[in-house]
Design a protein around this ligand. Structure first.
Ligand code: PA5
Length: 326
């Protein structure tokens, strides 16, 4: 898995150099996908200049056909994910334009048969280890549809290359080591807002899948209206159990930035505040990618500390087999 994370800058470079297929112009988009593929939709929504909605479920919400000139972008690494194929079927029934991102499977077959724009990403990886390919391709689709002005892919490649360094010996390593040392054995709560909430969700899912550990996301400013209350009666009981990491961004609105530390003080009654990680870069994608790279490293360090195999996802595979979704 380490080697897969090492390729993140190259994946963004690959996406930056893509020959993007012709995509119908759109005034809105709905990105459909699950798990390691579905996060590409969250990334695209954070990077886009126009309205991009994310759908992680079967079918489509009933309001999608009423959107202004929508395009449905289906993203599935395997191409066989039940929910994503069901969303595609609903889009097809509604006569909506569809574009696809996949490494193969049924989604690629459908796209080829129907003549939908398709970006085929390299196969043979775990979906979550293809983050740069998948998110980069979806962002390219969104740009080609006219919903983003600048993908930020080149900067995302260079910033992650600097952070990870050759053989993961870059400046991000020490930061990840320090955070992982504090988080090891604890349940992680990753706090973010706006763009950094997307990164927080990626941290959570990487800790879940790589380190096989529960992890949760706390989103500001909403958490200040409910969640903070939930920590007040814990006393110090959970300090050893829960660790909080805050993901910050220089461009967060000042009103949001002002809430992190007071919120952390409230959470700090019951949990250990592990630290803050600041986004780097100029473009939205680069800032998001910089936080993602650190989170990916942290999840690997946690896997090592827990003595678990970061690659295997037996529970997910078992569930997919039980449900006939392979
Ligand atoms: O990380 C994983 O393996 C999962 O989260 C998958 O990405 C998810 O189950 C969806 O599968 P796919 O990415 O092939 O559409």
């Amino acid at each position: 898995m380490e080697s897969m994370i090492e390729t993140l800058p190259d994946q963004f470079r690959w996406a930056a150099g893509l020959r993007v297929p012709e995509v119908p112009g759109a005034r809105s988009a709905v990105v459909c996908g699950m798990g390691g593929s579905g996060i590409s939709g969250d990334v695209a929504a954070a990077v886009a200049d126009g309205p991009v909605f994310v759908h992680k479920d079967f079918g489509l919400p009933p309001w999608v056909p009423s959107l202004s000139e929508p395009i449905v972008v289906a993203v599935s690494y395997s191409g066989n994910t039940e929910e994503t194929l069901s969303a595609v079927e609903s889009a097809r029934e509604a006569g909506l334009p569809i574009a696809a991102v996949s490494s193969g499977g049924r989604l690629s077959e459908l796209a080829a048969d129907e003549g939908w724009p398709l970006i085929r990403v390299p196969g043979g990886l775990q979906p979550r280890a293809a983050f740069g390919y998948l998110a980069g391709s979806v962002v390219q689709m969104i740009e080609a549809a006219g919903l983003a002005e600048d993908t930020g892919l080149d900067e995302a490649a260079s910033i992650t290359a600097t952070l990870l360094g050759d053989g993961l010996r870059g400046p991000g390593r020490q930061l990840a080591d320090d955070l992982a040392e504090e988080l090891a054995g604890r349940i992680a709560v990753i706090m973010g807002s706006g763009l950094t909430a997307v990164a927080a969700y990626r941290w959570k899912t990487q800790i879940n899948e790589n380190a096989k550990s529960p992890a949760f996301v706390s989103v500001l400013p909403e958490a200040d209206h409910n969640e903070v209350e939930g920590w007040t009666t814990l006393g110090t009981a959970l300090r050893r159990t829960v660790g909080v990491v805050m993901l910050r961004d220089d461009s967060e609105p000042p009103a949001v930035g002002a809430r992190f530390q007071p919120t952390a003080r409230l959470l700090g009654v019951g949990a250990t505040i592990v630290g803050e990680v600041w986004a780097q870069g100029t473009s939205r994608l680069a800032r998001l990618a910089s936080l993602t790279a650190i989170g990916d490293l942290v999840s690997l360090r946690l896997a090592r500390a827990a003595g678990v195999d970061p690659v295997a996802v037996d529970a997910i595979q078992q569930l997919k087999q039980t449900l006939g979704d392979s």
